[in-house]
Design a protein around this ligand. Structure first.
Ligand code: GLV
Ligand code: MN
Ligand code: MN
Length: 405
């Protein structure tokens, strides 16, 4: 089973024909197609697939029951952001399957069980909390709170899971499964552009910047866009607009990044003043203090124009992921394996979130990055060359062989 063959089958699933972006939202028909694809490919490799209590898929090479505390796990996610790229998450899953195929083709017989995991709702694109599958598994979110999360149509996670044939009452920490794992290695397309200038196809992760999402609700009063005098308006769009600009300025001042990427204006008539603007701030920084400070100053900056325009503002943190430093011992082992094979793999920090960040709190975890020549991600322009993808598969196979051998 080659990477190219796997990729050809996965590529069309959940892709919008107009934008060429992916809309693989969790517990939707597109997600089900991706799950079916994964289950079929893992079956072709002779792996046993199961869905855990949190909706994550696991394909086992060797018995899950034989895995004591030392299974070697790889994998990533198959869900996407709105009109996302094809590589984010999917590359890690397809590469994991291809790496297992490579090891099987050379008759490698693992001493330790090997598994491929596919985590659910990594992007938080539908239920707004990223890495939901790994968060639940590691106990980083209350199962009751997760069940009650709702999408933009008001459908709760519990209802979406039930409609897709999964049982939301089972959601929660999975110490039994975690206890079987000795190491987790996630391969991911590079997000940002560090490897290309270094002429390296593969990188190794150092850690993940802390990041979070905050919901800003600006509430004003709906009115007529023609007849309401400017002085009489309570237009929530105005303080929102000021806040977008303030976030950019304050992030730059703090050495952080801050983005309003999603906004809903209600009622949203072209000839009306809105009654409410709801917008989500995504903010990330090199350390937790800088991040908290950045968000606090953005919030204070938002309060000034809100007051000026007679608009009320509430801010609610919807998710938070603290700084992650990956296990140094595992990282050195991974870079050692790659160096011995003549693969120079620079160590890089990243500001992108990953399920590996949640697993890192419980088990030794590492990440491999595959060069993205433009650095663009969360966009249909995201790309990795076929030769680099093949190099990623080979690098992952070498690491799995070393860890499970
Ligand atoms: C996931 O890709 C994130 O960093 O938001
Ligand atoms: Mn992503
Ligand atoms: Mn990802």
């Amino acid at each position: 089973m080659s990477f190219a063959e796997l990729w050809r089958e996965l590529e069309p699933l959940g892709r919008d024909p107009e934008t060429a972006g992916y809309r693989r939202y969790s517990w939707t028909p597109a997600d089900a197609e991706c799950r079916t694809w994964f289950t079929r490919q893992a079956g072709r490799l002779g792996l046993t697939v199961e869905q855990d209590r949190n909706g994550n898929l696991w394909a086992w090479w060797g018995s899950r029951d034989a895995a004591r505390q030392d299974a070697v796990v790889t994998g990533s996610h198959l869900d996407s952001v709105p009109d996302g790229g094809g590589y984010d998450g999917a590359l890690g899953v397809a590469s994991a399957l291809a790496a297992v195929a490579e090891l099987k083709a050379k008759n490698f017989n693992p001493e330790r069980a090997v598994a491929i995991a596919v985590f659910t709702e990594e992007e938080g694109a539908r239920f707004r909390v990223p890495c939901l599958g790994s968060r639940l598994m590691t106990g980083a979110i209350e199962p009751g709170a997760a069940r009650g999360l709702s999408d933009d149509d008001g459908i709760t996670l519990a209802a979406a899971m039930t409609a897709a044939g999964a049982d939301p009452s089972l959601l929660g920490p999975d110490d039994d499964l975690l206890g079987r794992i000795g190491a987790f290695v996630e391969l991911h397309v590079e997000q940002g552009r560090a490897l290309a200038p270094m002429d390296a196809a593969i990188g190794v992760a150092e850690g993940i910047w802390p990041h979070g999402r905050w919901r800003f609700d600006f509430t004003g009063r709906a009115d007529h866009a023609g007849t309401a005098r400017l002085a009489d308006r309570n237009d929530p769009m105005l303080p929102y607009a000021s806040t977008v600009l303030a976030a950019r300025r304050l992030a730059a001042e703090h050495g952080a990044v801050a983005t309003f990427g999603k906004v809903i204006a209600k009622p949203g008539g072209a000839n009306g003043v809105n009654s409410a603007v709801r917008a989500w701030l995504d903010a990330r920084a090199p350390d937790d203090n800088v991040l908290q400070d950045t968000v606090a100053t953005i919030r204070s900056a938002a309060e000034i124009p809100a007051k000026e325009h007679g608009v009320t503002l509430t801010v609610r943190q919807e998710s938070y992921t603290p700084l992650v430093r990956f296990d140094e011992g595992l990282r050195d082992r991974v870079t050692g394996v790659l160096t011995a094979a003549g693969i120079a793999a620079p160590v890089l920090p990243t500001a992108a979130g990953h399920d590996a960040g949640f697993l890192a709190a419980r088990i030794p975890t590492a990440m491999l990055f595959v060069r993205n020549p433009t650095g663009v991600s969360h966009s249909p322009a995201e790309h990795a060359g076929e030769a680099d993808c093949e190099a990623g598969v080979h690098a992952l196979a070498l690491v799995l062989e070393d860890l499970a051998g």
